[in-house]
Write a protein that binds this ligand. Structure first.
Ligand SMILES: Cc1cc2nc3c(=O)[nH]c(=O)nc-3n(C[C@H](O)[C@H](O)[C@H](O)COP(=O)(O)OP(=O)(O)OC[C@H]3O[C@@H](n4cnc5c(N)ncnc54)[C@H](O)[C@@H]3O)c2cc1C
Length: 288
């Protein structure tokens, strides 16, 4: 359980970090909270020659409103998101998701950017990012680009991040009008990772019918996904029990749930349906 040898750099700015990565495109890796990377290095699943520690770049940790957007710096920790009064007020799904992650130590060190970049199939943030239609700002040696969460998660531990790129900011459109949100999770009893996690964002028309729905699901397959069948079944409808149950039954449409030591594909499919229904009900019952 000892890592291979590596060099370590703690740049003071994002630009310096990008240039350090560019100097060693095959051997260098970004270090943020280290709560996924260091365990992988101890198991020798990852053997970077250089760690570029971005957690010490103060300008990368923030939560703020700008125009109609919520901006979150990549090294903002799970705990900072969990305890943000601003987010509790304007986008409660984010603190709810953060509060469900691991334990206090993990939440104190782990970062939202690290979690999204790692794309663990059981990670919680990808579900929330998908449900909220987040955009991710990536900075690399050739400049900056913005990608939608929808196209960012490609497969198991694989994202659209290209060699040398750093995820620097998460942008979320500020929810407006009448909306409700919730995060429901079946945690693995040892790690807290999601066996199934469902993030829900619902917006409503003046007559109470559903105007738009974002349903992000994690833990079920090799990557987090948007349950578009559920979303389509909710939009335009009045959300009574029957409609919610029929919509939730579509959560695994087009998805091959994973089987592992803890849960079979059939059990995951069942949990996903039950917890999608419960997450929608919890959103409807929430104060905001
Ligand atoms: C005991 C334990 C329990 C946990 N339970 C949960 C849980 O319940 N739910 C959950 O979601 N997670 C859980 N985690 C994982 C935790 O949330 C991690 O913090 C998170 O997955 C990775 O974030 P990090 O900042 O630690 O990233 P790191 O471990 O530092 O990095 C992870 C990967 O992302 C890359 N990276 C990091 N930041 C960036 C960036 N800004 N741009 C580009 N690449 C980047 C790194 O190079 C590395 O490949 C748990 C971890 C542990 C150890």
């Amino acid at each position: 359980m000892i890592t291979a040898q590596f060099d370590y750099q703690a740049p003071a700015t994002l630009e310096e970090a990008v240039s350090l990565l560019a100097g060693d495109p095959d051997g260098a890796k970004v270090l943020a909270g280290g709560h996924s990377l260091i365990p992988a290095m101890k198991l020798r699943l990852a053997q970077p020659q250089l760690l570029v520690d971005i957690a010490r770049i103060k300008a990368l940790a923030y939560i703020r409103e700008e125009g109609d957007q919520i901006l979150i710096g990549a090294t903002t920790t799970h705990y900072q998101l969990e305890s943000s009064d601003l987010l509790k007020n304007i986008c409660p799904l984010l603190p709810a998701c953060a509060a469900s992650i691991g334990d206090v130590q993990v939440r104190n060190k782990g970062t939202i950017g690290g979690s999204l970049a790692h794309s663990d199939p059981a990670g919680d943030w990808p579900a929330a990012a998908l449900a909220l239609g987040a955009e991710l700002v990536l900075k690399g040696p050739n400049g900056e680009r913005t990608v939608k969460a929808d196209s960012f998660f490609i497969d198991l531990l694989t994202t659209d991040l290209q060699s040398g790129e750093i995820l620097r900011e998460i942008r979320i459109k500020k929810p407006s009008g009448r909306f409700r949100q919730a995060y429901q999770k079946v945690p693995h009893p040892a790690s807290g990772f999601a066996v199934v996690g469902v993030a829900v964002h619902l917006a409503f028309n003046a007559d109470g019918s559903c105007n738009s729905a974002g349903i992000g699901v994690t833990g079920v397959a090799t990557k987090a996904f948007r349950a578009q069948g559920v979303e389509s079944a909710l939009v335009g409808a009045s959300l009574d029990e029957q409609t919610i149950a029929a919509a939730a039954a579509k959560v695994c449409d087009g998805i091959n749930p994973t089987t592992d030591l803890y849960a079979s594909a059939d059990y995951r499919r069942h949990l996903a349906q039950v917890h999608t229904r419960r997450a929608i009900q919890a959103a409807l019952a929430s104060a905001k």
